[in-house]
Design a protein. Sequence first.
Length: 134
Amino acid sequence: MANTGDNYTIELKEAQLDWGGYRNTNTRDYIPGEAYLPIPRQIAQKYDIVNSNATDRKDIYGKNLFRFHTDDNFLEGTLKAQGCNKAGDIYAKQFSVKGNLKPLGTWYDHIQATTGTRIHVKWIAPDEIELSVI
């Protein structure tokens, strides 16, 4: 579990900025505005950030759910850790706002994020995160 002060910084790529459009799969139609925040594998393992494979499909704050806000107070809510690198893996590979892939995209637009924009993810409590642009 992450502790207060734990953090990581990630450089955004095109797929994270435009998940609704820039995808390596054709499993669904284009949905403008969808975006996500990646979680590097070593960070997920270090801080035990897991997906629903590890929580028996239950939402648990500090494991796969985290309260959050942006340092500019543009966005707040709950981030859900989800996805995995291979079927059955317990470690999450991304955050999105729980139940909606669009709010992070709206914030990325607000901060004028582009490929290479660096996002700092900082735990201000074991179950709460602050996002900021570096």
